[in-house]
Write a protein that binds this ligand. Sequence first.
Ligand code: FES
Length: 117
Amino acid sequence: MPERTPTKPVLNFERSIGHINSIPLGEGRTFNLGTRRIAVFRPRNGRIYATQAECPHRGGPLADGVLADNNIVCPLHEFRFNLERGQPVGNECEALKIYPVRVDDAGELMALLDPER
Ligand code: FES
């Protein structure tokens, strides 16, 4: 189970994106936040990761990929990316954008998003 932290947002750019139970263990889901889409992953190791929703290769839906340890494997062409840092693993694609995410006392997923550009 991910570590729980206080409900109150810690910074102005932190947003609730849904309840932890909206993501089955071992899977990912896409969330729409205004004009932005992010993918949130709940691997079986108890961690939570959030990245850009679309693969930087050709826009594959990363949340539909396969979680393998701390990596996500894109469902379109099977490029692999590390979820801790966003770095490509075994391919030359650009890195994923990573968003800090936590679970608060109420089980809400709280993502820290930089301001919209
Ligand atoms: S679109 Fe993700 S690997 Fe090609």
